[in-house]
Design a protein around this ligand. Structure first.
Ligand code: SF4
Length: 374
């Protein structure tokens, strides 16, 4: 059937697949660092269209997955405070902590509610003024501006019973750590369209200085194929620059208004990532003028010593050095209906994407990063 929608046009897609095949002369390894890319690459069958020498791996692109075990434990501890309701995006509810998940806390009487937008938290807090609510502010640069706007609104309304636990992560500092020294070896980076719409192109320059070309890529099938083709063209021509495939959305300077509101409400802080450890200035904490809305300052949160789930290798999956189906737990002790680690819980997690879109244990392409790489 003919498509009128150019971003999924079969003719354009087939042409790009042909061009990609012509550019792959030896092992090449490309990484994406965005949960939506992870899922769409599977959903549109893009891996199956690629030459066998081209390896597509996922990096730390799922915000729920990169949240540290310590922070998950802190969230569960917070849910046990009397007269406190936790407001969160859905995926976080099932992520296992060292002793329990939010779902377990709910079974023991904790009030945990799912929201679809951070602005919903205002209405919830206004409707129940006798209860204190904490919103779990989790995400990358994409979600931070909207949450900053929500914090500003709560301040304007003098809403005393709404607090925010900021566990935001910033992508560029993590990329720096990921690729420095003897770190992860890739030949090109498929940069996230949504995050880049906020931060622009400049933050990827340090990645290109390590000889890794970057292409900011959209999410439709043609976007992804064109992004891969643009990367391969750079590899072939031995260039390493930041290019923008997703130019209908992303400007080189990003979104100054979104960056301004983020800067007004948040300041950078060190942050602990699952798999990557503590990374300097890779998180966002709430600035002093909004300190009365900061759950970290309002509550003395004590959680048990953190322990990652035994046998779970999410840390390696998040660095792109292990394919999910190479984890011994994959599809057996760890499945979406009974997840062991966050990468199997989150709808954007690599393990969940592998599970949903491949035949369990039949992939045959899972190695431990031996393929490609400079
Ligand atoms: S398959 Fe499960 S146990 Fe293995 S890395 Fe993924 S989430 Fe962790």
């Amino acid at each position: 059937m003919e498509s009128n929608y150019p971003f999924s046009d079969p003719g354009i897609s087939q042409g790009l697949v042909r061009e990609i095949s012509l550019l792959v002369k030896g092992p090449v390894r490309l990484m994406e660092v965005c949960g939506t890319h992870t899922v769409n690459i599977f959903k549109y069958g893009i891996r199956s269209l690629m030459p066998s020498l081209l390896d597509l791996v996922s990096g730390p692109g799922c915000p729920v997955c990169v949240t540290s075990q310590k922070d998950i434990d802190k969230i569960v501890a917070l849910a046990k405070f009397p007269n406190v309701g936790i407001l969160t995006f859905g995926d976080m509810i099932r992520v296992p902590g060292s002793e329990a998940s939010l779902r377990d806390a709910m079974a023991q009487g904790a009030d945990v509610r799912m929201v679809y937008s951070s602005m919903d938290t205002i209405k919830i807090a206004q409707a129940e003024p006798q209860k204190t609510f904490v919103f779990l502010a989790i995400g990358f640069e994409t979600t931070a501006p909207l949450i900053a706007a929500t914090i500003k609104r709560a301040k304007e309304l003098s809403l005393r019973n709404l607090k925010f636990l900021s566990l935001h992560k910033l992508l560029p500092p993590a990329l720096k750590v990921l690729f420095e020294g003897e770190g992860v070896k890739i030949d090109g980076l498929i940069c996230p369209g949504h995050v880049s719409a906020i931060i622009g192109a400049l933050p990827y320059v340090p990645v290109t200085q390590k000889g890794i070309p970057c292409v900011i890529t959209g999410f439709e099938p043609v976007d992804i194929l064109q992004g891969i083709w643009m990367l391969l063209r750079q590899v072939h021509e031995k260039r390493a620059l930041v290019e923008i495939q997703y130019s209908r959305v992303v400007r080189p300077e990003g979104n100054p208004k979104a960056l301004a509101i983020m800067g007004e409400v948040f300041e950078r802080c060190d942050s602990e990532w699952r798999g990557l450890g503590t990374i300097g200035l890779s998180g966002l904490r709430i600035r002093d003028p909004f300190g009365d809305l900061d759950a970290e300052r309002v509550f003395q949160i004590e959680s048990p010593p953190s322990e990652e789930p035994k046998g779970c290798r999410c840390g390696e999956v998040l660095k792109g050095i292990l394919k999910p189906n190479m984890c011994k737990m994959f599809g057996t002790f760890c499945r979406p209906d009974n997840p062991l680690g966050p990468c199997m819980v989150s709808s954007e997690g690599s393990c969940a994407a592998y599970f949903h879109y491949t035949q369990v244990g039949q992939m045959g392409d899972g190695d431990q990063s031996s393929k490609g790489g400079k």
